[in-house]
Design a protein around this ligand. Structure first.
Ligand code: ATP
Ligand code: MG
Length: 303
């Protein structure tokens, strides 16, 4: 079992999963694990919020359970549902066999056999490997009633099913909540959690990420790619590229056997880093060359 008794242990555990975490992020992960508190990660798109839950689960050898949030998500899809079609089949079968003892049938229909467990309930089940990692992804996409419901679930890690009783997690799951901040998440929920803002990485860290995730790109191309993306993020564009885009772009350039950026190769592959036509149009003409020159200037003399 992986021990995470220090912040360095956490960093090592994450880098073992090719996840690059700075000191601040590693500290908050360490504390979340140590204190058993949910971790609330907010930040720009594509900066590794979802990925860290996967890295923690893999690094600790735990099961990852993901609750993807969306507008209209309700308790039935998040916790449990009775398997209605299976219940109907059971009723029909019992009727056909003439064995429809009402009370027995009712008890059977609302037993674990007919229960469909959804992520929150799954996360409360004991696991021989240890408590699972529960990723509640993109919480800002749900509505406030669900958030209130979640607040309760996160406070006592138990679920009451009227027909079955209360199910309580013997060991609370490791909870990671993420948000892209398309709206503010309630203070009450944030208060339960440790909070960390995941920003775009600086140059050295993004280089490290590229080394881990696209090692074939090599040092010199990676430096240009990262410098260009970093420069692009300071432009007034509609959707700034995340780390995911940096990695994608490096892989595209590799696939095209590009060893060095040029205005032409940038124009040919812009779709890997910019996903809006207005942003792409901005880089047409001499703009790409200007940004490339400026990005190169930050790299200093080639060596
Ligand atoms: N610190 C990091 N170390 C290693 N890889 C990273 C890191 N940050 C981002 N990545 C890479 O970027 C990709 C996208 O990250 P992820 O999906 O976690 O972003 P996100 O913050 O959840 O974005 P979104 O808000 O759009 O869901 C990951 O698959 C991973 O390859
Ligand atoms: Mg995500």
């Amino acid at each position: 079992m992986t021990q995470t008794t220090t912040i360095e242990d956490v960093q090592t555990m994450l880098s073992g999963q090719d996840y690059v975490a700075g000191r601040a992020l590693a500290t908050v992960v360490f504390l979340a694990l140590r204190l058993g508190r949910p971790l609330f990660l907010e930040g720009e798109p594509g900066t590794g919020k979802t990925e860290i839950a996967k890295a923690i689960a893999a690094g600790l050898g735990r099961r990852l359970i993901r609750l993807q949030c969306y507008e209209g998500l309700d308790a039935a899809s998040a916790v449990y549902e009775w398997n209605f079609p299976a219940q109907m089949v059971a009723i029909r079968t019992a009727e056909a066999a003439g064995a429809a003892d009402r009370e027995m049938l009712q008890a059977e229909l609302f037993s674990a056999d007919y229960l469909t467990e959804r992520p929150l309930l799954q996360a409360m089940r004991p696991d021989p490997a240890g408590a699972p990692v529960l990723l509640i992804d993109e919480l800002d996409r749900t509505d406030e009633p669900f958030e209130a419901f979640l607040l309760e679930a996160l406070s006592d890690f138990q679920v009451t099913i009227p027909e079955l009783g209360t199910i309580k997690a013997p060991e609370p799951p490791i909870v990671i909540v993420t948000s892209n901040r398309t709206r503010e998440v309630h203070d009450a929920l944030k208060r339960r959690c440790l909070y960390h803002w995941v920003d775009y990485p600086d140059f050295p860290r993004e280089m490290e990420i590229l080394r881990a995730r696209a090692p074939a790109a090599g040092e010199s191309l990676s430096r240009e790619v990262v410098a260009f993306v970093q420069r692009l993020r300071t432009e007034d564009i509609f959707k700034r590229p995340g780390v995911a885009e940096t990695i994608d772009w490096a892989k595209c350039l590799l696939a095209l056997d590009v060893v060095e950026l040029s205005p032409q190769t940038i124009a040919d592959t812009l779709g890997a880093i910019l996903k809006y036509q207005d942003d792409i149009a901005r880089l047409e003409g001499s703009e790409a060359k200007r940004l490339l020159d400026e990005a190169r200037a930050t790299l200093g003399p080639a060596g």
